[in-house]
Design a protein around this ligand. Structure first.
Ligand code: ZN
Length: 219
């Protein structure tokens, strides 16, 4: 089925207080200062069907139910962890200094180097990280790569790891980056790593990164 990638104005939910009541129950208190958030419900096929954010404070939520019964409460109730994950991204944009400090403690700094042409040409940009897309941990720079560059599909992406010193890449998570239980797709960026952990902290409580995050955010 084809559904046009359009924003439904009637189902666009733009609100503040009611959202905050529901959210504050799920959100760690350090994220309560995120401020005004706008939710835009997209058609189910939009943007690979994946929830994401757009600058500065918009959460885009593709989904059939969202479109037809697009209420804030149902979106949050159905998947509070998805919602917390997206709120993290809005917060990361707005309070980038704090997050940069946290990422540094996790071993990540922004990378301003140049990728080999082949990688650069096949990479998928992520609206959640587009202002600072490349970060390095040790010598490793994760890069989201389309599985089929002739038919790029947003959800069909693998994370490759470019070795910035030696100039080669690997397709499995290097041991020094590994966080037990974290899905492969989360390794693309420290914003994703932290959003995954903060939205489902119980899964990661045995990891070092969880404890570093806890110095900043009460998860
Ligand atoms: Zn994300």
């Amino acid at each position: 089925m084809y559904a046009p990638n359009t924003i439904s104005t009637t189902d666009t939910v733009d609100y503040y207080n009611s959202l905050f009541k529901r959210l504050s129950y799920y959100l760690p208190k350090q994220l309560h200062n995120v401020g005004d958030i706008k939710i835009v419900v997209l058609m189910p096929t939009a943007d690979g069907g994946m929830p994401h954010t757009r600058p500065p404070n918009i959460i885009c939520y593709p989904g059939q139910r969202g479109v037809t019964h697009g209420t804030v409460n149902s979106i949050i109730n159905e998947s509070p962890s998805t919602f917390v994950h997206e709120v993290c991204h809005v917060h990361q944009r707005k309070f980038s200094k704090m997050w940069t400090k946290l990422f540094a403690e996790m071993g990540w700094i922004e990378w301003k180097g140049e990728l080999p042409h082949k990688l650069d040409n096949s990479r998928r940009y992520n609206p959640d990280t587009i202002d600072t897309p490349l970060w390095i941990h040790g010598s490793w720079v994760p890069v989201p790569i389309f599985r089929d560059i002739s038919q790029p599909i947003l959800s069909e992406v693998d994370i490759w790891f470019y070795h910035a010193v030696e100039g080669y890449h690997v397709k499995t998570v290097p041991e020094e980056l590994m966080i037990k239980g974290l899905p492969h797709s989360a390794y693309e960026h420290p914003r994703e790593i932290t959003a995954y952990i903060i939205s489902e902290p119980e899964k990661y409580s045995g990891t070092d990164v969880y404890h570093i995050i806890r110095r900043y955010i009460d998860i």
